[in-house]
Design a protein around this ligand. Sequence first.
Ligand SMILES: Cc1cc2nc3c(=O)[nH]c(=O)nc-3n(C[C@H](O)[C@H](O)[C@H](O)COP(=O)(O)OP(=O)(O)OC[C@H]3O[C@@H](n4cnc5c(N)ncnc54)[C@H](O)[C@@H]3O)c2cc1C
Length: 311
Amino acid sequence: MTDIPHILEEVIPADRISRDEPMSAHTTMRVGGAADVFVRIASAGELGEAIRLLRSAGEAYVVVGRGSNLIVSDRGYRGTVLCTSGSFAGISCRESEDGKVYLKADAGTLLGALASYACERELTGLEFAAGIPGTVGGAVRMNAGAYGSETADLVASVSLLSPDGSLTATDAAGMDFAYRHSRVSESGEIVTDCTFVMTRGDRQAIIARMEELAKARRDKQPLEYPSSGSTWKRPEGHFAAKLLEEAGCKGLRVGDAQISEKHSGFIINRGSATASDILKLMRMAEDRVFEASGVRLTPEVEFIGMEGDDR
Ligand SMILES: Cc1cc2nc3c(=O)[nH]c(=O)nc-3n(C[C@H](O)[C@H](O)[C@H](O)COP(=O)(O)OP(=O)(O)OC[C@H]3O[C@@H](n4cnc5c(N)ncnc54)[C@H](O)[C@@H]3O)c2cc1C
């Protein structure tokens, strides 16, 4: 059998490579079995080299950020998880001759850290992102958004690593952004960094907006429990949470997975939920909503390690 950690040690220090790593420790939902190999990536160069080695060994791999939009199978992942969160993080700021200010952030930079960095420099635009517990790479891929703003609004350019190892850069138009979608969702490309174009603002106003949005989240969202945020996308012309409530799904439970009583759009983990509980609950809720309203909810969360009829 190929010894993948041994191969990867050619380009990544051994202390950032682990075997049989429980993915429940790397997802905000706190579910998921073990990944065969788990690597903490620290740079675009490492990412490119690791993928080159994994591809030539015929090993499956997936890139993850903070795991805040992920449900990982209870069986885990048969392959290598390349994780950017926290370890592949850096932010720089530059001003162009025409007075525009740009923030460039590595893929594993946490959105909260980026929003704080912008605030310290009196740059407005990223207030909406302060409470989204993901990375820049995950946010670009998902076109993460909240309270009327989304990632795409601020993107000046994105650096992408394609499966064949080539690095390209594209502007926002080339990213094919749509609601919770970017071209990366289909292309298999990996975001290595993103440059955001910012507007000068007032520090106190930025802080006030971030506090206002943080309060709105605390009031409306079940932040006291592990979750993956909104489980389903907003169907056109509807609100998922309202449809779920009208279909009698509020509080519905399978094992320790529950449709939150505070916000029906969230599935929460009340302690020892499994991925299988969550999937069963999702199917149950989707069927109830369809029967009650004729609307078929589609997941916003993404899945790793699922097979055949899991989903
Ligand atoms: C409490 C809570 C509140 C939330 N609120 C919001 C919200 O208001 N708005 C919103 O949009 N989302 C929200 N989310 C969901 C989530 O935080 C976002 O979707 C976030 O952008 C995901 O980033 P991540 O780093 O955690 O990605 P992950 O969950 O790690 O990955 C998500 C997907 O992106 C892929 N991916 C990760 N990194 C890269 C990369 N560098 N290149 C290519 N693909 C990559 C993964 O393979 C996976 O398919 C919330 C989640 C929680 C738990």
